[in-house]
Write a protein that binds this ligand. Structure first.
Ligand code: NAD
Ligand code: GLY
Length: 349
């Protein structure tokens, strides 16, 4: 068993172990004592893993109810959020009770938001089942739903009380969804961990437990420095400024992981053009991303990407904080004027 502790406004443990799901009830009882639980999951994960979690809760005499959403981003909406809150209220969950988010980032963001606002905040457990959720969304307390105007426009910071990560769940993940998660894994190596980057070259599936531990340790450190996303935490957006623009230009037909992969390559090419990283580092980055079956070239022009990036509903002011790799393992934020963005992105196309 690998354990990482996050010391944010709330301190909590991330437990990582193959086969851990069958002991989920024991860890939840150790953390919360006697509580009633609301399992939140999607239909795909429900069919694959809910029965294991339910059996683990039953064996510890922990009562539960369950809320199942259709799989996919479209479910991260206000209607499902309110239905979940109503279900918990009908079943008289109190502030002593807790939510279990069993699934990928969609389930984790929705369930975490519900936990953050139900009775002004109850505790919750993240049980991530995608690679992206294991290394990123289950840790750090960002929760959200999407609004008609854009993704993640409503949410709260609300840290989980426990994260239970069973890498065996990745065995059923479609290979394209696994690859999407690899884009976020590679991100941690480039941001501040050259050693992790080199480990990834040996194969991600082959060393999955160590890699998840390393990624969440990196994320924990960044969250501890800047829980509320005012500076350092923005480094986690490596590849995301252009990535979000690609998602938008494609009307979300290009997956998040593919878009971040292309965005990361563009950021590295920009760095190379500014003499901030070497050609070898650029080539290593492209090679590692390609090896995961992820794309590296933008189907859109610098002008299209700049327009989409500046239309981002969460942007404010006349500058954008762009994450730039000063070599592998050392990223910094660079303030770019919105009026200079197209020319800047052009250097990476
Ligand atoms: P997802 O939750 O939609 O899961 C992807 C697909 O995989 C779904 O169809 C799901 O049913 C299926 N699935 C999940 N686990 C499975 C398993 N073990 N076996 C087979 N199928 C499985 O997508 P995601 O990539 O996990 O998360 C994306 C979401 O995460 C986005 O909404 C994004 O905004 C959010 N996100 C949040 C944060 C954060 O810090 N809160 C960070 C990054 C991304
Ligand atoms: N996934 C980015 C963050 O947690 O800040």
């Amino acid at each position: 068993m690998k354990t990482v502790t996050v010391n944010a406004s709330v301190s909590y443990k991330i437990l990582i172990e193959k086969g851990l799901l069958k002991n989920a009830g024991k860890y939840i009882k150790e953390c919360f004592g006697e509580v009633k639980l609301c399992i939140v999951t999607d239909d795909t994960v429900d069919a694959l893993y809910a029965s294991a979690v339910e059996a683990a809760l039953t064996s510890e005499q922990l009562p539960f109810i369950k809320f199942v959403i259709p799989h996919g981003e479209a479910s991260k909406n206000a209607e499902n959020l309110v239905s979940l809150l109503e279900l918990m209220a009908e079943n008289r969950l109190t502030r002593a009770d807790a939510i279990i988010a069993l699934g990928g980032g969609v389930v984790g963001d929705l369930a975490g938001f519900a936990a953050g606002i139900y009775l002004r905040g109850i505790r919750f457990v993240q049980i991530p089942t995608t690679l992206l959720a294991m290394v990123d969304s289950s840790v750090g307390g960002k929760t959200a739903i999407d609004l008609k105007a854009g993704k993640n426009l409503a949410g709260v910071f609300h840290q989980p009380s426990l994260v239970l990560c069973d890498p065996n769940a990745l065995n059923t993940l479609p290979s394209n969804v696994f690859s999407d998660g690899c884009a976020e894994v590679i991100k941690y190596g480039i941001i501040n961990d050259r050693e992790l980057f080199d480990t990834l070259k040996l194969g991600i599936r082959e060393n999955i437990e160590e890699i998840i531990e390393r990624c969440v340790s990196n994320k924990a450190h960044i969250v501890e420095l800047d829980e509320f996303d005012n500076g350092t935490r923005q480094l986690l957006n490596l590849g995301h400024t252009v990535g979000h623009a690609i998602e938008l230009c494609s009307s979300f037909t290009v997956s998040h992981g593919s878009a971040v992969a292309i965005g990361t390559v563009i950021a590295t090419k920009i760095a190379y053009s500014l003499n901030l990283c070497t050609k070898t580092e650029l080539d290593e980055t492209v090679a590692l991303i390609s090896a995961q079956g992820l794309p590296t070239r933008s189907p859109y022009s610098a002008s299209q990407l700049a327009k989409a990036a500046t239309a981002d509903k969460k942007r404010s002011g006349d500058t954008i904080n762009f994450v730039i790799p000063y070599g592998i393992g050392n990223c910094e934020l660079m303030k770019i004027k919105v009026s200079d963005l197209e020319e800047f992105i052009m250097k990476g196309i």
